[in-house]
Design a protein around this ligand. Structure first.
Ligand SMILES: [Zn+2]
Length: 480
């Protein structure tokens, strides 16, 4: 074979789960959510000041300055936006209930007559394998083309662990075009639409601090197309990072530490909406400038848009929700990270003091981390760790938790966590793995489907016994 290529086309669907697509009514807003891989707000502003200016000046968008992640990677953060719930406890519940399908925000839009598109490259694999759920019933879901590509293309150009191409097309651009074509198609039919896009492995920012510089022109072209076509006049767009950047050399700086947990997020509302509902948009803008927000909030803001709750927006929609609030209402000043569903490891609100790497508190925290990890990895195909060096430690106020990063030796792994040493029993809640760990955790990745207890930390903590030869600092820190 000489040549292979991939083409996406949107074939309109008349009915959604028995709900006829309704004609657009007054105040209906089309919706787009575009999640960019590993983009912190500050990384974006350094690389893309011209796009920031275009969004805030030309399109009237507002940025969320205090926006927080709710987990360490794409999955928990996208899940929070799509379902408003903490991913692993929710999947555990679903697994116990033995459900067939899973409800995400796109289904709520579909029930109200929206055409819906889910364009992403990781969810279909993760939800079924964790919770044994068979389907994500969104009518326009390009899972088929991505599965086909993975199975057929043996020789597509690859980055480290990643594929950037569909045939001759860039995956990210392919997906943005798909979202644009989808919006054009349904607009031409006079129908409202909701599109959600999250590309995990098709952006250079997944693997490189400066990777967005290779992809940002595609974001600009996409926004310019929305503007020039007039789609932006009746569409609200949320565009931002699923989480911040997670690159080791940068991680170890103070600003890199902050950037891990503070992703980019813009809300772009049409001009007529800003003029007709100045309170709702003013609240969003105010919250962006002055308040702690989290990915859970986007879910409840989407619910507010769906319910057209614009005149006197309510903060809460779900009395059972622990976390999210509607950002079209004013977020309380006293809101804490805990209330926003942001764990101590990800909370950037508290004061932090750097500890010397030989400080007894840092060494104690490092020892606890090693001990906890070894307990976690008992009865797995992973090594038990022996010694370690502290590479970074912070005292986090007000509770005097310790954020600690270590490198193990002689088998090399680099990980970071936040521990509360004042608790009687120290609990390990999250691990950031700082090096290119996917190369040495394959024995666990292959068994993901068997991890019914959803203890993802086992993967993040592991170096497989059969990969010890590879687990050196030099090998695993080379991302080129
Ligand atoms: Zn991600």
């Amino acid at each position: 074979m000489l040549y292979r290529n991939y083409h996406s086309q949107i074939i309109p669907i008349k009915e959604y789960n028995g709900h006829e697509i309704e004609d657009s009514g007054t105040d209906d807003l089309n919706v787009m959510v575009i999640m960019l891989e590993s983009i912190s707000r500050l990384t974006w502003l350094r690389h893309s000041p011209e796009i920031h200016e275009f969004i805030t000046q030309e399109l009237g968008g507002a940025i969320l300055n205090g926006h927080h992640v709710v987990g360490g990677n794409s999955f928990p953060n996208n899940y929070a936006v799509m379902r408003g719930l903490e991913v692993y406890s929710d999947l555990r519940k679903l697994l116990m209930g033995g459900v067939e399908g899973i409800e995400i925000i796109l289904m709520d839009f579909a029930k109200k007559g929206y055409a819906t598109l889910l364009a992403e490259d990781f969810l279909p694999g993760k939800i079924p394998s964790y919770a044994k759920i068979k389907k994500i019933p969104v009518p326009h879901h390009d899972r088929a083309s991505r599965v086909l590509r993975r199975s057929k293309d043996q020789y597509i150009p690859k980055g480290p662990d990643l594929n950037y191409c569909y045939g001759e097309k860039n995956i990210f651009n392919y997906t943005l075009n798909q979202v644009f074509d989808f919006s054009q198609k349904y607009r031409s039919l006079g129908k409202k639409f909701m599109a959600y896009s999250a590309i995990e492995t098709g952006l250079h920012s997944h693997h490189s601090q400066n990777g967005i510089s290779q992809d940002k022109h595609m974001v600009m072209n996409f926004l310019k197309k929305l503007h020039a076509s007039g789609i932006i006049n009746n569409t609200v767009v949320f565009i931002g990072g699923d989480h911040g950047c997670r690159f080791k050399d940068y991680f170890n700086t103070r600003v890199g530490y902050y950037e891990t947990s503070l992703p980019l997020m813009y809300g772009i509302f049409p001009k007529w909406f800003r003029e007709k509902y100045p309170t709702a948009f003013g609240n969003f803008k105010f919250n962006g400038e002055n308040r702690l927000t989290s990915q859970y909030d986007l879910y409840y803001t989407l619910r507010a848009i769906l319910n057209k709750d614009f005149i006197n927006p309510r903060s809460h929609y779900d009395p059972n929700s622990h976390y999210g609030v509607n950002l079209l209402a004013r977020v309380p000043e006293e809101r804490t990270c805990q209330q926003a569903g942001v764990g101590p490891h990800f909370c950037m609100c508290g004061r932090k003091t750097r500890l010397d790497n030989t400080d007894p508190r840092a060494l104690k925290a490092g020892q606890i981390l090693i001990t906890k990890v070894n307990e976690l990895l008992k009865d797995t195909p992973c090594v038990q760790y022996d010694k370690f060096d502290v590479i970074e430690a912070y005292l986090v106020y007000p509770n005097e938790d310790i954020t600690i990063a270590i490198e193990t030796k002689p088998v090399y792994a680099s990980m970071r966590t936040t521990l509360s040493l004042t608790e009687g029993h120290v609990t390990l809640r999250h691990i950031d793995r700082l090096e290119r760990y996917s190369l040495v955790t394959k024995c666990m990745n292959e068994n993901t489907a068997k991890l019914q207890d959803l203890e993802m930390m086992k993967i993040w903590a592991c170096v497989c016994k059969d990969s010890v030869w590879r687990a050196t600092k030099q090998r695993l820190n080379d991302w080129s």
